[in-house]
Design a protein around this ligand. Structure first.
Ligand SMILES: [Zn+2]
Length: 264
């Protein structure tokens, strides 16, 4: 299912543009436009090296739900953790939709590592000794250990911080991908409800935020939940969010509703 995130027959112009944008994120082209140059600079710094081992070789894989670019060696470890942890795709070989490219653009290695390697970055800033960032030349066993600690054991994050539901829903409304990624990394309940029984996906849908919807769905948000008015995220969706929700609904095999009468 996950290999067909984009619509079938998706070798359209939209898909071609999405693929080109993705390649630009990884291997940015020089462009005279100031804004483009700023983006290129960001990409060179953050995405041309593997998010996990910092290798500059064979960085041609992405984790769609985490929002990072990784090398071939680390991509194999990501795959071994299962798609519930990391949904790995090849930049060159797999179909990646426009909204998924948007997620990668708004996240990327620098933003994501600030979340998942928070303690490493703090220690580096303070020049203190901790279990530091993995280096490219490390053994396969060391690579596996680091990636497991980073994304599954969450060794490099402070998991004691409180989760504030209102802030999570606000991040969905404002299309704040870094904040949403922070909440997901800190194990937020994706099905938690606001005052009108709305989930974060309802909020993102209603605000017309395609990338927030895509990110939440990639990380397991459910499509078949209804708010107090009995509506699913698709039924309240607006603008660009609608097509993202429609694709995921088609992939999920329909629009079955689940009625929950109380806030979780
Ligand atoms: Zn790597």
């Amino acid at each position: 299912m996950e290999n067909k995130i984009a619509r079938s027959g998706s070798t359209s112009m939209v898909q071609k543009v999405a693929q080109d944008e993705l390649l630009n994120l990884l291997e940015p082209q020089m462009d005279s436009d100031d804004e483009e140059e700023a983006l290129d600079e960001f990409c060179v710094d953050s995405n041309s090296k593997c998010a996990d081992c910092n290798s500059a070789k064979h960085v041609a894989w992405v984790s769609l739900n985490l929002g990072v670019f990784v090398c071939i060696g680390c991509s194999g470890v990501h795959r071994s953790l299962g798609s519930h942890v990391s949904k790995v795709r090849s930049v060159q070989l797999d179909t990646i939709s426009a909204s998924q490219v948007l997620v990668l653009k708004r996240l990327g290695n620098q933003v994501v590592n600030r979340i998942w390697e928070e303690k490493v970055e703090l220690a580096q800033a303070a020049k203190t000794e901790v279990a530091g960032k993995m280096e490219p030349a490390q053994t396969t066993k060391a690579r596996e250990g680091f990636i497991l600690n980073k994304y599954v054991n969450k060794t490099f994050m402070d998991m004691s911080v409180p989760i504030i539901l209102a802030d999570f829903l606000k991040a969905a409304i404002t299309d704040d991908l870094p904040k949403l990624a922070w909440f997901v990394a800190h194990d937020v309940n994706l099905e938690a409800r606001g005052p009108s029984l709305e989930t974060a996906l309802h909020c993102a849908a209603l605000a017309g935020n395609a990338s927030a919807c895509e990110f939440l769905l990639l990380n397991g948000a459910k499509l078949d939940v209804v708010d107090a008015a009995g509506k699913t995220p698709l039924e309240v969706g607006k603008g660009a969010a609608v097509s993202v929700l429609q694709v995921w609904t088609e992939l999920g095999g329909g629009s079955k509703k689940v009625l929950i009468t109380e806030a979780i």
